[in-house]
Design a protein around this ligand. Structure first.
Ligand code: APR
Length: 312
């Protein structure tokens, strides 16, 4: 019997796309097609070949190519979209939204045409809105189109908590919900360290500082890098989602999902806890939020609706 390796297409072979490709290869999750625009086809091919030549050293057995030809993504099981541009000097936030929305529309048309049965994970920012654009353009069912933000935001929150307590990150569990912006909602009441509530280990003021740093976590990295945005942790977050789907893990994760009434959200894509498995988003988990969390979540949803207004 011949077993098929999953095929993972990554659109956008920039910092995040290439890092995802390397991580997917090292974990032998599947074969990889790295796609970029025709002008950047050579760098995409170069990155793919460089990763392939890592395989005899790291001992992984997957195939990887770089291309500008969308036909190569045919029959992909998973498509990750990292394509887009970063904000340039003089560009307004609204300009950026519209530019990236048109990139995501064009990429999604290709995905619809060449990989009509794929599960699609969007990373391009503003990711809540770009996930919506992808869902709308592909017309795929809502379990097959999702965005990444909550795994990354939760990882940032967990990192800061572990550092503050001088304890292992392995024992910290939490959830960050809502849109991927300054209004995101780190759920303090669902945060535990080895089963002990965070609120019993740090003062309110200390927790508030960690929450604020998490909300500004992306900006902190942008400032430190001086050029570009975070890509190691975003790539690792995407890889967790790919693994959950191709290995049918049924993991409980914060994922950007299309909501039609869940959490009182209608017709928008927002970060919520879901079960992620072989059918993509298997279900949305409704958590009980306290009054402050409900207010913060509503505020975050409002910010996402405002962004959506620019592209609807
Ligand atoms: N088709 C394919 N690739 C495209 C397209 C397109 N239409 N338009 C742009 N790209 C490619 C760019 O050529 C570039 O190689 O997308 C890539 C983006 O890579 P980077 O600029 O290195 O950006 P990166 O740091 O990887 O971030 C990608 O993820 O976290 C988000 O905010 C971030 O939206 C950004 C995205």
């Amino acid at each position: 019997m011949r077993f098929k390796r999953p095929k993972i297409a990554i659109i956008g072979a920039g910092h995040t796309g290439a890092t995802i490709a390397l991580m997917v290869a090292q974990k032998e999750i599947g074969d990889i097609v790295l796609v970029d625009i025709p002008d950047l086809e050579m760098p995409a091919k170069g990155k793919a070949l460089d990763i392939l030549q890592t395989s005899p050293i790291e001992k992984f057995n997957v195939h990887i190519i770089g291309t500008a030809n969308y036909q190569e993504i045919e029959h992909a099981d998973i498509v990750v979209i990292t394509a887009g541009i970063a904000r340039k000097p003089g560009m307004t936030r609204e300009d950026l939204i519209q530019t990236n929305a048109s990139i995501i529309r064009s990429v999604s048309e290709h995905v619809k045409c060449y990989a009509p049965n794929s599960y699609v994970i969007v990373l391009s920012n503003p990711v809540d809105a770009m996930t919506y654009v992808c869902l709308e353009t592909t017309g795929f069912s809502k379990n097959r189109v999702m965005g990444q933000s909550g795994i990354l935001d939760t990882a940032r929150f967990n990192t800061f908590i572990a550092e503050a307590l001088h304890l292992s990150v392995e024992d910290v569990t939490s959830f960050v919900l809502g849109g991927h912006g300054d209004e995101m909602v780190p759920l303090v009441s669902y945060t535990y360290i080895g089963g002990i509530p965070l609120e019993k280990m740090l003062s309110k003021a200390q927790i508030e500082q960690l929450v604020e740093r998490t909300r500004k976590g992306g900006g902190e990295i942008v400032e430190l890098l001086g050029n570009g945005s975070a890509y190691f942790a975003p790539a690792a977050s995407i890889v967790k989602m790919i693994e959950a789907i191709v290995k049918d893990k049924r993991r409980v994760m914060p994922v950007i999902a299309y909501l039609q009434g869940d959490y009182h959200v209608h017709n928008a894509c927002i970060g919520v806890p879901v079960v992620l498995g072989g059918n993509g988003i298997e279900s949305v988990i409704e958590l009980h939020l306290n009054e402050a969390e409900q207010k913060a979540f509503a505020n975050s949803v409002h910010a996402v609706y405002r962004t959506l207004e620019y592209i609807k």
